[in-house]
Design a protein around this ligand. Structure first.
Ligand code: GLN
Length: 304
């Protein structure tokens, strides 16, 4: 397969023909990003790689970080995490509160904000220096040193984060947040503010594609069964109330963020990251979805 040519063709078509959507503005700092940025990075399990467009520019990974926090919590606590968070698609927006009342404070899955906060709570309890330890862990899986939180983005989100604060406090009222909500939210906003480029994200997600993956310290992150489960949750819940649509059109496990990034994983074959800040109505990158749909269609390489 000539991946380079396929990627280039699709990139050129999408840049010429597809440009709908709007940059997320509810986090003031994200509104400042140039909406025309468009980058792609492809990395195969046998280390063939191709970057196109703005693949070296850093962006706010936002909810994509939820896969990393889930994986760390899963590694530390094993299957006990499922006592506090479910594995069902929610069919609701990422920041929805509605199901928490009937579900008694147990969020539907770890990728909606409510579920990610419960996972953050577990990490805040366990890690000695939660923010520093988490960042060190991200660098270790990515095998990249140049990864940081954006204080500006984290502060910007905290300044308007009324809904997330409500969510966290509401879950606390059911007893499913153990720490002070302030500490959990601070960890959550920082985690979402991590900045990476397309290449760093493709490398970070390799642990979900390559069964022989080892971190820079030579550690295996998740065993085969846990890897299967994290991929399965990405497949069913990675795009909130557009998860069915992504699965239908792209056919890969993946995760999006409101910074406009999407990472998709083809187990045993490749990771691919697309970044384009304009979002569709469900909060997923408009061009990102279009690009990945074309990529799995042309290559006939989806998991189905
Ligand atoms: N930090 C963002 C929020 O909580 C993450 C949402 C997202 O990327 N979908 O609103």
């Amino acid at each position: 397969m000539n991946y380079k040519a396929v990627l280039k063709n699709i990139y050129q078509t999408i840049i010429a023909e597809e440009n709908e959507g709007k940059v997320a503005t509810y986090i003031p700092e994200l509104a400042k990003v140039n909406s025309e940025n468009f980058g792609v990075h492809f990395l195969s399990v046998d280390t063939e790689e191709h970057g196109i467009g703005d693949w070296q520019k850093k962006f706010s990974i936002q909810s994509i970080s939820k896969v990393i926090s889930l994986s760390l919590a899963y590694k530390i606590f094993g299957d006990t995490i499922w006592e506090r968070v479910g594995v069902e698609p929610s069919g609701t927006a990422f920041n929805s509160l509605v199901q928490l009342e009937s579900d008694h404070g147990i969020p539907r899955n770890p990728f909606i904000n409510a579920g990610a906060m419960v996972i953050c709570d577990m990490l805040v309890t366990h890690l000695k220096n939660p923010k520093a330890d988490f960042l060190a862990y991200v660098k270790e899986i990515c095998n990249c040193d140049q990864i940081q939180y954006s204080e500006t983005v984290a502060r910007s989100e905290a300044s308007i984060g009324y809904r997330n604060k409500a969510l966290c406090n509401y879950i606390k009222s059911f007893g499913n947040i153990k720490n002070d909500p302030k500490d959990v939210l601070d960890f959550y906003f920082n985690m979402c503010s991590i900045e990476m480029n397309c290449k760093e994200l493709s490398k970070t997600f390799m642990f979900l594609a390559n069964s022989n993956f080892k971190t820079s310290k030579g550690e295996k992150l998740l065993n085969t069964s846990k890897t299967k489960r994290v991929n399965a949750i990405m497949q069913t819940c990675g795009f909130y109330d557009e998860s069915g649509e992504f699965s239908f059109k792209v056919g890969l496990p993946g995760k999006s963020g409101v910074g406009g990034g999407i990472v998709a994983v083809h187990p045993d074959r490749y990771c691919i990251t697309v970044w384009s800040p304009k979002l569709n109505e469900k909060g997923n990158s408009y061009r990102g979805m279009k690009f990945l749909e074309a990529f799995t269609t042309v290559t006939e390489l989806s998991i189905f």
